[in-house]
Design a protein around this ligand. Structure first.
Ligand code: COA
Length: 176
């Protein structure tokens, strides 16, 4: 299959919304209960891209197979060189290298934009695929918060992972 990456556009919203709907309804990789509609997913995409963060789709034979974006980790100004990542691959296309390709592209884009740390917030410790994916790309476990979330009738522990981008903490940012 032909795997390609490109910046997401609003034309990708129906596919992205469908991928995310499964995560919201069936899984705990997002701590959201209600499936956002296409208008809300469009609003979120434009909010991310207009603030200068990368939002990428992966296609397999021209069909959207997954997407990834970076967003601010926290709003307070001192966090401005830190991003949080999100990577979602359609269940039908998992295990084919899509998530890895998206992760590499997201790391490259965020490094090029001068960000220094990437944080992953993973919905529960049993998400082996996500934890292994992050380990493969140099993320280290920071810790596990106990019971931060509750969904599908159970308490959720939240895995925090992190990797440096570019110089990390070795130098001051040029845009300070
Ligand atoms: C996590 C996820 C993005 C991985 O995407 P993917 O396209 O299946 O991953 P890839 O095929 O590119 O695999 C890349 C690496 O991830 C790891 N990985 C992926 N699936 C795995 C699995 N089921 N078990 C163990 N490791 C796995 C491996 O390290 C793999 O590298 P390798 O093939 O060299 O061993 C995908 O499973 C997914 O979308 N899951 C649901 C949403 C989610 O958890 N997103 C992350 C939120 S933080």
């Amino acid at each position: 299959m032909n795997l390609q990456l490109r910046p997401a556009t609003t034309a990708d919203i129906p596919a992205i919304t469908a991928i995310y709907a499964v995560e919201v309804e069936e899984l705990v990789n997002t701590y959201e209960y209600e499936v956002p509609d296409e208008a809300e997913m469009t609003r979120r995409m434009l909010d991310i891209t207009t603030r200068g963060f990368p939002y990428i789709v992966a296609t397999l034979d021209d069909q959207v197979a997954g997407y990834a974006y970076a967003n601010s980790y926290r709003a307070r100004i001192a966090y401005q060189w830190t991003v949080e990542n999100s990577v979602y691959v359609d269940a039908r296309f998992q295990g084919k290298g899509v998530g890895g390709a998206l992760m590499q592209a997201l790391i490259d884009e965020c490094t090029a934009r001068g960000y220094r740390q990437m944080v992953a917030v993973i919905g529960e410790p049993t998400n082996t695929a996500s934890i292994k994916l992050h380990e493969r790309f140099g993320f280290q476990l920071v810790g596990i918060f106990r019971g931060l979330g509750r969904k599908h009738g159970r308490w959720l522990d939240t895995v925090q992972m992190q990797r440096a981008l570019g110089d990390g903490t070795e130098s001051a940012p040029t845009n300070e």
